[in-house]
Design a protein around this ligand. Sequence first.
Ligand SMILES: Nc1ncnc2c1ncn2[C@@H]1O[C@H](COP(=O)(O)OP(=O)(O)OP(=O)(O)O)[C@@H](O)[C@H]1O
Ligand SMILES: [Mg+2]
Length: 255
Amino acid sequence: MDLTLDHITHRYGGMAVLDDIVLDIPAGEILCVIGPSGCGKSTLLRMIGGLEQPDAGRVLQRGPVPEDCLNPLTYVFQDFALLPWRTVAGNVSLVLEDHGLPRARSAQIIADVLARTRLTDFHDALPRQLSGGMKQRVAIARALAVNPAVLLLDEPLSALDSQTRELLMEDLVALWARQPFTGVYVTHNLAEAVRLGHRIAVLSRRPGRLRDVVEIDIPLPERRAGMPELEALQTRLWDLMKEEAMAADQELLHV
Ligand SMILES: Nc1ncnc2c1ncn2[C@@H]1O[C@H](COP(=O)(O)OP(=O)(O)OP(=O)(O)O)[C@@H](O)[C@H]1O
Ligand SMILES: [Mg+2]
């Protein structure tokens, strides 16, 4: 499914948060969104997911959703959002319960997404028995269980240590390579952005405006940590971000 962000503008009370964001996200592409703290990244993601309506502009969805899609857009959040009293399989089944599927079909979907996220052996484990990386894989399995057209990820790896982050980036690339989904991936981490984004949208300080869109033409499965091309891109992104962050600090000084 293609997404179009058509002149998205939003305010919270007197505070302008997003200013005239225009972007196309073609089906099967991952767009990473970076920008200084508080510039409106999570707000933009909530608008794409339809959890909130912009004051002006709209989000358009076009094109077919996958076969057996139960929910066209799903989220993965930084804090995993698992129910502690439910097993791994029970947490995944949460998103299937409203769809009236036959038991055998639900069990099959759960087995499939747990296999894809390397959690088959943890079907009956409780969240407290899992590491942070495994918990986030459960959240990813839960998001995939509805066979979404679009995955919306809000800093999904920022609560994890660097090794776990690296492994999960490889998992996300493998999942995408197996079945390319449309993704919007919000992050503060420039290394994640250059590993996972077909394009990277750089937002300005608040109110978030589209400062730049950087395209990366290296196929996702060929990217590795430390590749010189990716490091150079990271430096370029950091220069853009630094300008915005420093300008935001100057504004605070003059408040
Ligand atoms: N529901 C709300 N009501 C009022 N203000 C809000 C609401 N949600 C967010 N804000 C404010 O809007 C601004 C943008 O918030 P948002 O969470 O979208 O930023 P962000 O770019 O995701 O920040 P971070 O990088 O810290 O996650 C912030 O100043 C925030 O305090
Ligand atoms: Mg945020």
